[in-house]
Write a protein that binds this ligand. Structure first.
Ligand code: MSP
Length: 661
């Protein structure tokens, strides 16, 4: 029998327009769910909508609609979006579904009968957008500590959940069960700010509005929206209904995934409720970081909307999925910029992956009439390629199990990069000129097709459409199935049809297209013309060149130095800046995103020489425009006695994003 795997996203507020940040949790969970299905698990992937509460009631009113007709429309739009993004959920729950509302009432009544819910009076500060109560001391400058917005003093009769009773068990859970709350960094916050600071009982009903599940035995009250919402994870499986078979099969959840701002609800309130209900606890609660635009969490209320539908229509759904899955180090915040988005597509999808497919399929067509050759002959490089192919699934599984999603994708791209290098090493175009080396040529073609076949399978959970195209070009069944033993080297058959299809992704002129995107987003503000503090046009400063003389060094304190954020950056692409003899334009992966950086080193390095290097980047310099191109940081170079400028690089691989300390 298959092992079960139950994964959930939070249920979404259906209260407005969706932006690329809101798609983050769902796309990530989708990739995990697909990977687990292909790895042979019986997966249940749950998502849905959180439709009750004062916030929705207010927004619906602003639209001149009843809450239900408002949320119905919103839910339809959200489902369309998930369809567009190829989200393979197994169930979509709405908290207005009748079975859910009834189950919530049963749960409420059960906790009341048990004495874990009691009636009293509540006075507190309420944040309507977050649907959260705060005590005066929890407020930050008199505002909501979660979102920074205004709060209202509220006094009303309320039912309370006896959460304080579970304080010690909750502390024990978070302190002594490493698996439960991840990443680790979220644990101290929960322990110190909430649990150890004194855990109070929680108001779990409201009387000041009506849009909610009525308390079954006191119709003046509606159930607090977070109690209503959190229980979706079990009611969706039929808990509290006549058919609890799915609940028995899938509960407890293997992963509850969410953004970091709602970890508190999932790692404190939710386990306390489950303890009160005598139910097993979820195995893992994971709070991922935010996708930021500028320095804000992308959010419509702050006016920064990046429309996932516009992006998908223009660049393809898989470009959007790839960006979300690959760009942000999982668990940390990442920044969305048009430039980073476009550079990723170019560097990874168009250059690395697209080129490998088009070069390989073109060669098999040119040299072997589009039929895959097989041979016993090996080249000197084949053993390593075979080893990389056979190691891929294991590496990816480990990364997915540890929720290292970008790393799992990097595993595939490492194999793709290795295969591109293999082409340079074996030089098939030279082999093709020599009749005596025909067998070696066959071997090279076979190994390249095997890389594409296995990489195509490995990409299915992440980029389903692209993966299918790759697989059908190399004659592997593109229909979703399990990996089984298909990830092993050597399964392609002699004579298999190899097709040269359309390019997977079109090459983009990043600078031109960034400007188009700015217009599309309605942000077409003129770039500020600023000069680099480093020197006009970014060339290595004259003043610095003289430093070898008897000039005095200005001392700075360690605190001054600490203000400079130095990071390792990996150069993904490089090109000359049009109209400048001095400037090179790089796209540099600094971990949290890909940056556009301009340096005045064209005299010392060619663009090609710089690609692939790991360099040191000053990451917190104010962005400037150099030669008409945005520069978001500075790459460090050393200058020797002869005036040669040499890039400063770590002595061994450190990885883009590593801190220089
Ligand atoms: N309704 C609650 C969850 C209840 S679960 C019992 C909620 N909904 S939400 O619509 O505001 O958020 C849904 C998910 O989207 C959350 O995981 C949230 O963190 C995520 N994101 C919303 N904006 C985001 C970014 N800018 N970046 C990354 N994730 C973001 O909270």
């Amino acid at each position: 029998m298959k092992e079960k795997f139950y994964i959930t996203t939070p249920i979404y507020y259906p209260s407005g327009k969706w932006h690329i940040g809101t798609c983050y949790t769902t796309v990530v969970c989708d990739a995990i769910a697909r990977f687990k299905r292909m790895s042979g698990y019986d997966v249940f992937y749950l998502t849905g909508t959180d439709e009750h509460g004062q916030k929705i009631e207010k927004v619906a009113k602003e639209h001149g609609e009843s809450p239900k007709s408002f949320v119905d429309k919103q839910v339809a739009t959200l489902k369309e979006l998930w369809k567009k993004l190829d989200i393979s959920y197994d169930k979509f729950i709405r908290t207005t579904d009748e079975y859910h509302e009834k189950a919530v009432q049963k749960i409420f009544a059960k906790l009341y009968e048990k004495g874990d819910i009691y009636k009293s009076e509540y006075e507190g500060w309420y944040c309507t957008p977050c649907e959260s109560f705060w005590t005066k001391t929890q407020l930050s400058d008199g505002k909501c500590p979660d979102c920074g917005r205004e709060v209202e003093l509220t006094k009303e009769s309320s039912y309370f959940f006896r959460m304080s009773k579970y304080k010690d068990r909750l502390i024990d859970l978070i302190e002594n069960n490493d698996e439960f709350l991840q990443p680790k960094s979220r644990r101290n916050e929960m322990l110190n700010n909430f649990l150890k600071a004194g855990l109070q009982d929680l108001a779990v009903s409201r009387t000041s509005f009506k849009w909610g599940v009525p308390v079954p035995f006191d119709k003046d009250h509606v159930v607090y929206v977070w109690l209503d919402a959190l229980t979706n994870y079990i009611t969706a499986l039929g808990y509290g209904t006549d058919d609890e078979s799915l609940f028995r099969k899938y509960w407890p959840a293997d992963v509850h995934m969410m953004g970091k701002e709602i970890v508190r609800f999932h790692s404190i309130i939710w386990p306390a409720l489950l303890m009160a209900l005598d139910l097993p606890l979820p195995k893992k609660v994971y709070g991922h970081g935010w996708l930021l635009l500028g320095s804000d969490k992308i959010s419509k209320s702050k006016g920064n909307v990046v429309d996932p539908v516009v992006l998908s229509d223009r660049y393809g759904v898989d470009a959007v999925r790839y960006y979300l899955l690959r760009e942000v180090p999982f668990g940390s915040d990442g920044m969305f910029t048009n430039y980073a988005f476009l550079s990723r597509i170019n560097a990874d999808l168009c250059n690395s992956l697209g080129n490998l497919l088009s070069r390989t399929t073109a060669m098999v067509n040119q040299y072997f009439g589009g039929r895959l050759p097989v041979t016993d002959k090996k080249t000197a490089y084949d053993a390593e390629i075979e080893k990389e192919i056979n190691g891929l699934q294991g590496k990816m599984s480990e990364n997915i199990d540890n929720l290292l999603i970008p790393e799992a994708l990097e595993d595939v791209f490492a194999l793709i990069g290795r295969a591109n290098k293999y082409i340079d090493e074996t030089m098939p175009w030279t082999l093709a000129k020599d009749e005596n080396r025909r067998e070696e040529l066959k071997s090279v073609m076979y190994h390249l097709i095997e890389v594409l076949r296995v990489a195509g399978l490995a990409l299915m959970p992440f980029l389903p459409e692209t993966a299918k195209r790759i697989l059908s070009d190399v004659s592997e069944n593109p229909e979703t199935g399990e990996f089984g033993d298909r990830m092993r080297y050597g399964l392609s058959k002699e004579g298999a049809a190899i097709t040269k299809g359309e390019p997977l992704f079109k090459r983009i002129d990043v600078n031109k297209e960034s400007k188009e995107m700015e217009k599309l987003a309605g942000e077409g503000k003129e770039e500020k013309k600023e000069e680099s503090p480093k020197g006009k046009n970014g060339e290595v400063k004259e003043e610095k060149k003289k430093k070898h003389g008897a000039e005095e060094y200005k001392e700075i304190t360690i605190d001054d130095f600490a203000k400079i954020e130095l990071k390792v950056g990996k150069i993904l692409t490089a090109e000359k800046v049009e109209g400048s003899k001095k400037l090179l334009h790089f796209s540099v992966d600094t971990g949290e995103r890909v940056r556009s950086i301009v340096s005045g080193v064209a005299k010392y390095y060619t663009a090609e020489e710089m690609v692939g290097k790991e360099v040191v980047v000053v990451a917190n310099l104010k962005p400037v425009t150099l030669g008409g191109v945005l520069s978001e940081g500075m790459i460090l170079f050393a200058e020797n006695e002869n005036g040669d400028v040499i890039s400063v690089e770590p002595s061994k691989r450190a990885g883009g994003g590593a801190t220089v300390c």
